[in-house]
Design a protein around this ligand. Structure first.
Ligand code: NAP
Length: 442
């Protein structure tokens, strides 16, 4: 436990990559300020890595590949986990908590699947488990939701929580590029990983949505509860249509408290690319930036904006948690524990009221528009706007027409049934794309 002679708070840092190296740097460079804020100095006792045999820019004697031994050291009070992925991080964090050490983690994949188990271990040991950096990098959003808004009722949290996909979509919007070339650009600039699946298929955003929904609605929500669609099918043509409708396209994570037809309150957590009106605050969040809009009954709408990833920005959030956990050690006591009393059931996607944008190629002949409109009306889906344009082939001959339909709000189930029925119509040649329209309630 903390060194009795020197009053130092012993810290084990697991991971010395993008985030870990910045965490260690800030602990060293800001040592005296941090000590003054905490009331005791922080001392890095060891750093867990896979490769101990290379020059890592830190004293070699701090490096170890024996994570189990490091977290179990008597002179370690707080474990900072910035190594990912789910394992071995889960095992190391559980071991630390069970031994009475507070834990700070940036590991969203882990928190989205194992928060319950880890929170229970922290509870039994009366220690802190903090994870501000797991959602939206530097942007304070976990602490505002758990503490600043603890007396309010949050109804909705909607955000752009993945910088890679936001960079790609912003690039497609501003340059007219297609998905493949915007992804290649993002890779060349270091915004996309060699395997971008976790980002472009929405897994990363879904993990963050699970964490946000859990704390906003006092209900356990895991990655498996989040409805997810990736953004790989968004095309340059979708952006052209979106622009014509006064919108852009963003990959959104949306967490909502809804009331179903039986009056049952439910939680919806979902991730998908959606049209967003240009006047909506999330429409102007561009490049690799993140933003989260929180709507609460008394507070109204709050927006949090900033750098959602990167070594130093993420380390800022980690350090904030570390200072909190260290202060609690010095002063006695612990921070707010998790609150999961509401236990709201998860709403299936079919129940969610939403608006659709449907872009389809149709035969160029009379009666097509009314056949298309009839499918919407059969399912009581009201059409807000229709655009139709003729298409010509390479020889300049008319070869069909393109219809874009934007609906008013209806349940997702009614809308998806309508799209399935449209696909079966003889006059519909192709459904080019179906996207939701968010940020309006008409
Ligand atoms: P990274 O650059 O890949 O670094 C990972 C570090 O952890 C490396 O030092 C690696 O050791 C070490 N490590 C990995 N597996 C290990 C194992 N089995 N045993 C011991 N050490 C191991 O990762 P990062 O970008 O810093 O991200 C770290 C965590 O922060 C992840 O959970 C990530 O999701 C989260 N996060 C990252 C960002 C960001 O912008 N990067 C933002 C928010 C949250 P070696 O160096 O020896 O390979």
């Amino acid at each position: 436990m903390s060194d009795a002679k020197s009053n130092e708070i012993g810290v084990a840092v697991l991971g010395l990559g993008n985030v870990g190296s910045q965490v260690v740097r800030i602990i060293e460079e800001s040592a005296s300020d941090l000590a003054a804020r905490i009331g005791a100095p922080l001392k890095v006792r060891g750093i867990g890595v896979r490769r101990v045999d290379t020059d890592r820019g830190v004293p070699a004697d701090l490096l170890t590949d024996n994570i189990e031994e490091l977290v179990s050291r008597d002179d370690v009070d707080i474990v900072v986990e910035v190594m990912g992925p789910v394992e071995p991080a889960r095992k190391a964090i559980l071991a630390a908590l069970e031994q009475g050490k507070s834990v700070v983690t940036a590991n969203k994949a882990l928190m989205a699947v194992s928060a319950g188990e880890l929170a229970a271990a922290a509870e039994s040991a009366h220690v802190d488990l903090y994870f501000e950096a797991a959602v939206a990098g530097a942007i304070p959003v976990i602490r505002p939701l758990t503490q600043s808004l603890a007396g309010d009722t949050v109804v909705r949290v909607a955000g752009i929580v993945n910088g890679t996909t936001n960079y790609i979509l912003s690039e497609m919007d501003s340059t007219g590029a297609d998905y493949a070339s915007a992804l290649a650009d993002a890779g060349a600039l270091g915004y996309a990983e060699a395997d971008p699946t976790a980002d472009v298929e929405g897994f990363d955003a879904a993990a963050k949505a699970a964490i946000l929904a859990s704390i906003a609605f006092h209900t356990r929500v895991t990655s498996d509860d989040v409805y997810r669609e990736g953004m790989t099918k968004v095309s340059a043509a979708d952006f052209a249509s979106a622009r014509a409708l006064g919108c852009t396209i963003k990959l959104l994570a949306i967490c909502e408290r809804i009331t179903d037809n039986e009056g049952q309150e439910r939680v919806s957590a979902r991730v998908y690319p959606a049209l967003v009106p240009l006047e909506h605050p999330l429409a102007s969040v561009n490049g690799a930036f993140n933003a989260v809009v929180v709507e609460a009954e008394a507070a109204g709408r709050l927006m949090f904006y900033g750098q959602g990833a990167g070594g130093a920005p993420t380390a800022s959030a980690v350090l904030g948690d570390l200072v909190m956990a260290a202060r609690n050690r010095v002063q006695g006591g612990r921070g707010p524990r998790e609150s999961k009393y509401a236990k709201l059931p998860i709403a299936p996607i079919g129940l969610i009221p939403t608006r659709y944008y449907v872009n389809m190629n149709v035969a160029d002949r009379p009666g097509v528009l009314s056949a298309v409109a009839a499918e919407f009306s059969k399912r009581e889906v009201s059409i807000a706007e229709v655009r139709q344009e003729g298409m010509v082939d390479e020889g300049g001959q008319r070869c069909g027409a393109r219809i874009v339909v934007v609906t008013h709000q209806a349940t997702d189930a009614a809308l998806s049934e309508t799209v399935a029925a449209l696909a079966d119509l003889d006059v519909v040649q192709d459904i080019n794309s179906v996207l939701r329209l968010e940020g309006t309630t008409e």
